[in-house]
Write a protein that binds this ligand. Structure first.
Ligand code: BT5
Length: 253
């Protein structure tokens, strides 16, 4: 089944834009990736690209982000962060905003799986990707909104879910876009002023991996916590405490 349950357009998103994030809003019915619509552009901070379908949706480390047309929120935003900030933290900024937007839409508690996933009922419902070019960051957020169970990708390390498979109802993507942009602007402004330390209570409270069995680039370990600087603290099965800034982290289901 592949039904578009709502329509997405620049005008539909505009109706839900409440702050400076979302201005301007570029909409393409289909594109390779919303990241590519913005990378290298001269657009101001808060400019956004959205689409109904990506033919080459990108995850981290060369992976793919896949969705059937008309089911998802696929959005990228231009950021011009201050040079003193630590840019890898922006992935967590995006994940926290996506988690809050998902919570607003579902009235469930979402969690952040370090470094870039949003989990709802132990399923991955959103992913975040930050691309840096010159001093501009393009922050991409994909949220699975109205996919049915058989429209979600099979075979990944983390079980996927959509707001629809978890709540049993469809959700308005344009309204979700407005809510996401509003929350992202507030969280990003907080980060601009105080860095991740200021946002830490909200991130730490949603730390999905805390205490879980994981592998990091294949090595078995137990995740301890996301630290105030955005890195992940873990203890390997060999008893070595490590702090990592990036890596491929998989958890036991
Ligand atoms: C991510 O990467 O989770 C980042 C995804 C970012 C997507 C947005 S959409 C708007 C913007 N434009 C883009 O081109 N990208 C951004 P990563 O952690 O590497 O996860 C990728 C992995 O998640 C894949 O290898 C699959 O296993 C799995 N996956 C792919 N599509 C998925 C989906 N729709 N839902 C859940 N998991 C998915």
């Amino acid at each position: 089944m592949s039904v578009a349950v709502d329509t997405l357009s620049a005008e539909a998103v505009d109706r839900h834009v409440r702050g400076r994030f979302g201005k301007p809003c570029l909409y393409e019915p289909e594109c390779e990736s919303t990241q590519l619509l913005l990378l290298g552009s001269e657009l101001p901070e808060g400019a956004v690209a959205v689409t109904d379908h990506q033919t080459g949706g990108r995850g981290r480390l060369g992976r793919r982000w896949e969705e059937p047309a008309g089911t998802s929120l696929l959005l990228s935003v231009v950021l011009h962060p201050p040079p003193e900030r630590h840019l890898p933290e922006l992935t967590l900024v995006g994940a926290l905003a996506a988690a809050e937007a998902v919570e607003g839409a579902t009235e469930l508690t979402a969690q952040v799986k370090w470094p870039n996933d949003v989990m709802l009922n132990r399923r991955k419902v959103a992913g975040v990707l930050a691309d840096l070019r010159d001093s501009t960051v393009v922050l991409g957020i994909g949220i699975n909104v109205n996919q049915t169970r058989d429209q979600l990708p099979l075979g990944g390390p983390t079980e996927p879910g959509s707001l629809r498979t978890i709540t049993g109802r469809t959700h308005d993507r344009a309204a979700l876009a407005g809510s996401l942009l509003f929350r992202l602007e507030r969280i990003y402004d907080g980060w601009r002023h105080g860095g991740l330390v200021d946002l830490y209570p909200e991130v730490g409270a949603r730390d999905f991996l805390r205490g879980r069995r994981i592998t990091v680039d294949g090595e078995p370990a137990t995740a301890l916590q996301i630290l105030r600087d955005g890195r992940l603290e873990l203890e390997t099965d060999a008893g070595v405490r490590r702090v990592i800034e990036s890596g491929d982290v998989r958890h036991e289901r």
